[in-house]
Design a protein around this ligand. Structure first.
Ligand SMILES: [Zn+2]
Length: 462
């Protein structure tokens, strides 16, 4: 931190300076400041702040890098109009960069023209900055991988499981082999949805035939083996093609162990843990019913502990939300198989991550690392995004420690998206402000960003 301090300019004060306890990836700096010129961080330090046109005092609060959520689905329930509400919720939650999945309604982002259409929606309607994943069509899609990479997607996403033949298809082994080889040529990573279709379909069909449709059957029909079989398949193909393969979400410690094993064989292998796999269990699935349904499902308390062990051992690439805002009426059926899979999580992300760390006596800098810096690095957005450092975009999350209760009614999205699996949970912090490229876009009470204030961030833009 001290090395980041620059001489104070006498004739050119900064545009704004933010005062507070600065949390960088390398530690906590009480009584610190972050000053900016234009949209970028121009000074960082501790002690007396430099002169600035405006001083914003967050004394007693924590100033972290704005979070980079590396995994979400703004547009899987209602298409690109969903970007507006999801990013509004992101602004209120301290998430300044959303990395959005490509499995959109009515069609996925599978070529440069579709990407350009989606970028248009981002630039007209997003409240925070966005990077975008690309994917491929089930047939013939491999040919479009090069143009998507050239157009600035941050990564590719493929699936071993078919949710929808057009929007979210299963990619067969031979096509996956060709796709991974083409992706390796672009230098981008490929994240893969990791569930074995054959196993899950058989178990689900058997459960339904037996009339077993209560909530716990969601977990029973998607057992750990369904995940690890898929993990093995994608890592084996990646090993052959020399591709960076990233498990899009591992609910299991074993997923991270497999990634480590394949790294040991010389390939780039990684996996991410969504925040729900750091706190939710099968008991929560039973308690919440459809509102606790996501894929992969919540596991046991023992598994949650093991995922924490992997995270603290440095084996987890980053922590994301997998935010997928289904309208509440898609989550209410007593038949768990009839409910949509996916949770809301953008607005609860920062308070919950802070709380989970604090409950374990862990420092908030881990949040700067796992929820900002590392996802920004994987998606080629670093150092512009993901950390408090000179020259970076001035994206900040301001947390006020205390005792708060998460209220789903406060979610800043369309009314039908105002539900949360964390409703009523005690949080040890709240988001007091969010700053996007130097501008306050959430002041603790109101979203100040307007649709279109967000920008598309291409991979590799410094
Ligand atoms: Zn997802």
């Amino acid at each position: 931190m001290a090395s980041a301090r620059i001489p104070r300019p006498v004739t050119a004060p900064f545009d704004r300076v933010f005062l507070g306890d600065v949390v960088a990836a390398d530690g906590l700096f009480p009584g610190g400041y972050v000053a900016l010129r234009g949209e970028a961080i121009a000074a960082i330090g501790q002690g007396e702040p430099p002169p600035a046109a405006e001083v914003v005092d967050y004394g007693g609060k924590l100033i972290l890098p704005g979070l980079v959520d590396g995994h979400m689905h703004t547009s899987s329930s209602m298409g690109w109009p969903g970007i507006e509400g999801a990013t509004r919720s992101a602004a209120a939650g301290g998430v300044t960069t959303c990395v959005d999945m490509p499995y959109d309604v009515p069609h996925a982002v599978t070529d440069a023209a579709l990407l350009a259409d989606k970028v248009g929606w981002v630039e007209r309607t997003a409240h925070v900055d966005m990077a975008l994943y690309g994917t491929i069509t089930k047939h013939g899609g491999v040919d479009r991988i090069g143009e998507l990479a050239a157009a600035g997607v941050s990564a590719f996403k493929l699936s071993t499981y078919e949710y929808d033949a057009v929007r979210f298809p299963r990619i067969d082994h031979q096509t996956m082999l060709a796709a991974f080889a083409a992706i390796a040529n672009t230098g981008l990573p490929v994240a893969v949805h990791n569930e074995d279709q054959e196993l899950v379909e058989r178990l689900t069909a058997e459960a339904r035939a037996a009339g077993q449709t209560h909530a716990i059957m969601h977990a029973r029909t998607r057992p750990p083996l369904a995940e690890t079989l898929a993990d093995l398949e994608i890592f084996e193909i990646g090993l052959q093609t020399g591709t960076h393969v990233h498990i899009a979400h591992s609910s299991l410690a074993r997923g991270f162990d497999l990634a480590r094993a394949y790294r040991g064989m010389g390939m780039q292998a990684s996996g991410e843990a969504c925040i729900q796999y750091l706190c939710m269990t099968e008991d929560d699935l039973v308690r919440l019913g459809g509102r606790g349904k996501c894929n992969p499902p919540f596991r046991t308390e023992a598994e949650v502990e093991q995922v924490w062990e992997r995270l603290l051992g440095g084996e987890v690439e980053y922590v994301s939300t997998d935010h997928a805002p289904w309208p509440a009426d898609r989550k209410g059926s007593a038949d768990i198989f009839a409910c949509g899979a996916g949770l809301t999580g953008l607005q609860s992300f920062a308070p919950l991550m802070f709380t989970l760390l604090d409950e374990r006596g862990l420092p908030p800098r881990l949040m700067a690392t796992y929820c900002a810096e590392r996802p920004a690095k994987l998606h080629g957005l670093y150092p512009r995004k993901g950390s408090i450092r000179l020259g970076a975009d001035c994206d900040l999350l301001v947390l006020e420690p205390g005792r708060f209760r998460f209220d789903e009614a406060a979610i800043e999205d369309r009314p039908e998206m105002r539900w949360s699996p964390y409703h009523g949970r005690e949080m040890r912090a709240r988001v007091a402000a969010t700053v996007l490229r130097g501008r306050t876009i959430w002041d603790g009470a109101e979203v100040l960003a307007r649709p279109g204030d967000g920008r598309f961030i291409r991979r590799g833009t410094a």
